[in-house]
Design a protein. Structure first.
Length: 123
């Protein structure tokens, strides 16, 4: 479990709520380098409350976009085996940020730090 990978994914746009939800679930399972993710598509569908078809489609699309790779390892599960994945953190970093970079605000003027004002009060 890596808070770093979760935070990275949390601050990026993935294109849809379903894609973001799947990416966040994978990030929650990842180690600090983005690897070691081994949860079945059925488990992802159950935890994200998405259809199995949506999960399969998204998992299939992520490698085409360079966001996910298979490490070649297999882990046993209830339905046979599951593939071990790794999120490509450099590719996730290149996604559009969720919030635009905030520009520094310009100050409207200088505030007089002393008590009282040299100007008389307005009527």
């Amino acid at each position: 479990m890596s808070y770093h990978v979760e935070a990275l994914c949390d601050h990026r746009r993935f294109g849809s709520a379903a894609r973001k939800q799947i990416a966040m679930h994978l990030a929650k399972k990842a180690s600090d380098d983005g690897g070691g993710i081994w949860c079945s598509k059925h488990t992802i569908a159950r935890h994200t409350e998405l259809s199995l078809a949506s999960v399969k489609r998204t998992i299939r699309d992520f490698p085409d976009e360079g966001l996910r790779v298979e490490t070649g390892e297999l882990r046993p599960c209830d339905r046979g085996h599951t593939v071990v994945y790794r999120l490509v953190l450099a590719a996730v970093s290149r996604l559009e940020p969720l919030l635009p970079e905030q520009e520094p605000k310009e100050t409207m003027g200088t505030v007089n730090p002393r008590r009282g004002s040299p100007c008389p009060p307005k009527p």
